[in-house]
Ligand binder design. Structure first.
Ligand SMILES: Nc1ncnc2c1ncn2[C@@H]1O[C@H](COP(=O)(O)OP(=O)(O)OP(=O)(O)O)[C@@H](O)[C@H]1O
Length: 311
């Protein structure tokens, strides 16, 4: 479990994080979404006990990051956005070194390390020097390193950044496995659709403030002022335009005569949408399809960060 209470971080007079309140329950995969400089890494560094907050508090599994750093470190696996790997090591030696530094016995390490390499798809690279690994492989090795002490909570700062599409998919699959293992995962990214797919909840941060949080569906619902509805007709497009224009929850009706389609913005709830469709059919409109445009998280993110000064 992760909790932050009015967490604030100032660098001199600059406020990087302002009264951040987060509550992430055990077993949740929480996506932290924000533009460059929004405050994601600052938050993660505080949770990883590497940076002291200016005010407020943060807890991991009930331990205070400021006063119980050792316990917090035992409970978290942290993958920073920039990390160094000791390139004079072979992959297996690298993990062995970290395992030893966590006090894991040689016998345990012998069992554990092949399992970890398998989890991150690096079994066939165990004897390769770390500096010869590709970027995606290094990211996965770093993930394996963060798992070596079997932490309950994972704090992953942009683990998919800089990866090509295939490597991203591989990373996503590994994270799914970790979720299935019951880990609590806090992950940041600006690759929003990917987060939407794998996260239970999302928090959107802009300029150090949490501007939205909840399930992906909740956020979309909260923030989607206008739904866009597309209607395809078998005939009578003009009659349909007049009908929809007349409805008090409908605005901006646009037609596409070449495809016998029209679309409009609708501000009603689901029941009102059903009632509108029924009324249209009762009105004699020959409707072939009536569908709401899916807005993805990318649209939502752009909508809620509209007007935010990213400078
Ligand atoms: N040590 C520091 N001194 C001064 N300002 C800093 C320091 N570290 C970060 N900042 C500023 O704090 C803000 C938040 O930075 P942070 O690294 O947390 O953002 P981020 O959301 O992780 O961005 P990115 O997606 O680019 O990694 C930025 O404006 C950054 O310039």
């Amino acid at each position: 479990m992760i909790e932050t209470i009015n967490l604030t971080k100032r660098y001199g007079s600059f406020t990087a994080l302002n009264d951040l309140n987060l509550k992430i329950e055990k077993g949740t995969v929480f996506g932290f979404v924000g533009h460059n400089g929004a405050g994601k890494s600052t938050t993660f560094s505080i949770l990883a006990t590497l940076l002291a907050p200016t005010s407020g508090a943060a807890f991991v599994n009930g331990y205070n990051v400021s006063t119980e750093a050792k316990e917090v470190r035992n409970h978290i696996g942290y993958m920073p956005d920039f990390f160094g790997v000791y390139d004079q090591f072979k992959t297996v030696e690298y993990l062995d070194f970290y395992g030893a530094s966590y006090g894991i016995s040689p016998a345990e390490r012998q069992i554990l390390i092949p399992q970890l390499l398998e989890l991150v798809n690096l079994s066939n690279k165990s004897d390769v020097y770390v500096d010869l690994l590709s970027r995606g492989m290094k990211q996965r090795l770093c993930l394996a390193r963060s798992l070596i002490h079997d932490p309950e909570v994972l704090i992953l700062d942009e683990p998919a950044s800089g990866l090509d599409p295939r490597a991203r998919i591989e990373m996503r699959e590994i994270l799914k496995e970790l979720k299935n293992m019951g880990k609590t995962i806090l992950i940041s990214s600006h690759i929003l659709p990917e987060l939407a797919e794998m996260c239970d909840e999302i928090g959107v941060i802009t300029n150090g403030e949490l501007v939205a949080s909840g399930s992906v569906a909740d956020i979309q619902e909260q923030l989607q002022a206008n739904k866009i509805i597309n209607v395809k007709l078998a005939s009578d497009l003009e009659k349909a335009v007049l009908f929809f224009e007349d409805h008090h929850r409908v605005s901006t009706v646009t037609k596409n005569p070449n495809r016998d389609m029209l679309s409009f913005a609708f501000t009603g709830n689901d029941e009102e949408q059903i009632a509108l469709l029924k009324k249209a059919l009762d009105h004699g409109l020959a409707i072939l399809s009536f569908s709401q445009e899916e807005s993805n998280l990318e649209d939502v993110f752009l909508e809620i960060t509209k007007g935010v000064d990213f400078a």
